[in-house]
Design a protein around this ligand. Structure first.
Ligand SMILES: Cc1cc2nc3c(=O)[nH]c(=O)nc-3n(C[C@H](O)[C@H](O)[C@H](O)COP(=O)(O)O)c2cc1C
Length: 177
């Protein structure tokens, strides 16, 4: 059984990660979810725990359930790492080598392929600093997905929407082949 670690960040598109986790679990993958602290403002760990049938990690230091450190354990266990939705913040942190929470630290520690599905306001998505960070991640081998176009949660119309969740699941499955 292939293991997929799904990182969920603090964006309004977090509810779409619920469908992704549900779908991947139903397809037979071993899905482990890491949520940023800010992601828990939008959705609860309990939802992901119930759907993935695995504990959800939100904190670097609690719980340390075994002798093993959880971020290294998950980083090694992953056959593939998906971050969806990925905020401008996590993209910037990974691009700069910052590892200051469970998600950014585990991504830093993994050798698995990493797929990043960004979701943010159009102005954030078009910000040249963000674009530079995406380019940098791409040169290091991270797969950064395109965003969709349409009406955003804030009411703006433009790019920056999370790619349709079914398309994300397809990319994940194809990457595992
Ligand atoms: C209602 C609301 C919606 C937000 N949506 C997004 C979003 O879609 N994309 C994004 O990059 N940031 C969004 N933010 C800002 C992030 O939550 C903020 O940058 C945070 O620091 C991200 O933390 P994380 O990357 O650790 O999850 C939103 C904030 C609020 C209050």
């Amino acid at each position: 059984m292939k293991t997929i670690v799904v990182g969920v960040c603090g964006g309004i598109a977090g509810y779409k990660a619920i469908e992704i986790v549900h779908s991947l679990t139903k397809k037979g993958y071993d899905v482990h979810v890491i949520m940023t602290k800010n992601a828990t403002e939008f959705i609860t760990p309990l939802t992901f725990q119930s759907l993935s049938h695995n504990p959800v990690v939100t904190d670097m230091f609690n719980p340390i359930d075994k002798w093993d450190t959880k971020h290294i354990q998950l980083a090694k266990k992953a056959d593939l790492f998906l971050i969806a939705p990925a905020t401008a913040n996590i993209i910037g942190k990974i691009a700069c080598g910052i590892a200051d929470d469970m998600l950014s630290t585990t991504v830093m520690a993994t050798k698995a392929p990493v797929i990043i599905a960004p979701a943010m306001n159009t102005n954030m998505w078009e910000n040249p600093i963000l674009k530079d960070n995406v380019r940098k991640l791409t040169t290091y081998g991270y797969k950064v997905l395109e965003t969709g176009h349409g009406q955003l949660a804030c009411g703006d119309i433009g790019t920056g929407k999370l790619l349709d969740w079914t398309a994300i699941v397809t990319v994940v499955e194809n990457s595992l082949l």
